[in-house]
Design a protein around this ligand. Structure first.
Ligand SMILES: CC(C)(COP(=O)(O)OP(=O)(O)OC[C@H]1O[C@@H](n2cnc3c(N)ncnc32)[C@H](O)[C@@H]1OP(=O)(O)O)[C@@H](O)C(=O)NCCC(=O)NCCS
Length: 328
């Protein structure tokens, strides 16, 4: 039997500090004109020194639980999508589960970089197919500014911080949306195009200072080309296998990396720009959190409401990409 995968709640947390292009210009050799014309980004959120991926994820989780009426002890799984975990071990999911008062559920992290939310939705769908009684808290949270090299102006202007928490289950009285289909893909021969080091790849004797590869490094031009091509292709494949065309879509919610990428994907798909949701201007690229942050804002501003069919698409390091059909 095919069980439904229902999105029943969506909570959001974004840090207070709005790091504007003007403030960035005091830190890096750049200009508001360069950043806005190349990326469409005007500001991004930066977490406070006492915050982390786990604290942001926890705040988003509390909001999602509160809006759904679900108690922490009712959760069967806590999954966190992040490429900026608090620690290599334990998982950010375990840290959040402990703080939330859900110490005995299955808790682990996934990392598909900016595709983390859509990959995670695919995972939640598989879990619910095998365990229809599961109640999954799925957090997408990133502290990207912690891994920016503030001497590398080609990357540090692009990213921001934030967290979302989604609750998925197979049954719900008033779900926000139903997952209709999701497609996940990758070309891992291109894994070196976007990297964040700091893992166990090499010896790091105690006391030795970190090197540039600790921070995000990206071959921006190459990534741009792949992003546009793969995101458009993934959308077309997903629509086709569901017997739909782009005209059946009420709203396209793409990964919020760069306005030029978003525009290029929209025009390859032939969708009106009025049907393409973007908030990259205010948040920059929040990696795994980007699509659900955009979905939450679209819901809050009533751009998105009951009865709408939504196509989400993401792209990130790996290289990974994914497309998702949601019926609201
Ligand atoms: C990053 C990106 C905006 C750079 O734009 P670009 O047109 O490719 O720019 P380049 O990197 O070729 O650099 C062009 C010039 O701008 C300069 N430059 C780069 N960053 C700058 C900044 N923040 N401010 C001012 N100048 C900058 C470069 O030094 C270079 O100068 P030069 O020609 O004198 O050497 C673009 O490649 C991009 O959007 N890539 C996709 C990145 C992305 O979104 N990745 C995430 C996917 S999940």
């Amino acid at each position: 039997m095919n069980h439904a995968c229902l999105l029943t709640a969506l909570g959001v947390y974004t840090p207070e500090h709005r790091l504007t292009n003007a403030e960035l210009c005091t830190m890096v050799d750049t200009s508001d004109e360069w950043i806005t014309s190349r990326t469409g980004i005007c500001s991004r959120r930066r977490l406070a020194p006492e915050e982390s991926t786990a604290t942001m994820g926890l705040a988003a989780a509390k909001r999602a639980l509160q809006s759904s009426g679900i108690q922490p002890q009712d959760l069967s799984h806590i999954i966190v999508a992040t490429c900026t975990p608090d620690k290599l071990c334990p998982s950010t999911a375990c840290i959040i589960a402990g703080s939330l008062g859900a110490p005995s559920c299955m808790a682990f992290d996934i990392n598909a970089a900016c595709s983390g939310y859509l990959y995670g939705v695919s995972l939640c769908r598989s879990i619910l197919a095998g365990q229809p009684d599961a109640t999954i808290l799925f957090i997408a949270a990133e502290a990207m500014t912690r891994r920016m090299n503030w001497n590398d102006r080609s990357t540090c202007v692009l990213f921001g911080d934030g967290a979302t928490a989604s609750i998925f289950s197979a049954t719900a009285e008033q779900p926000l949306a139903q997952v209709r289909d999701v497609l996940c893909d990758a070309d891992c021969s291109l894994h070196s195009l976007i990297t964040i080091g700091g893992g166990a790849e090499k010896e790091l004797p105690a006391g030795q200072s970190i090197e540039d590869d600790f921070f995000l490094q990206m071959q921006g031009r190459e990534v741009f080309k792949h992003a546009v091509r793969r995101m458009a292709e993934a959308c077309k494949t997903l629509l086709e296998r569901n017997g739909l065309t782009i005209h059946d879509i009420d709203l396209l919610v793409p990964h919020q990396a760069n306005m030029r990428i978003i525009d290029a994907v929209g025009s390859r798909l032939g969708i009106a720009s009025s049907k393409v949701f973007a908030n990259v201007e205010q948040y920059g690229n929040t990696s795994a959190a980007s699509v659900p942050l955009a979905l939450a804002e679209a819901l809050q501003t009533q751009v998105l409401s009951h009865g709408k069919r939504v196509l989400c698409v993401s792209f990130g390091a790996g290289l990974t990409w994914s497309a998702l059909l949601l019926d609201f």
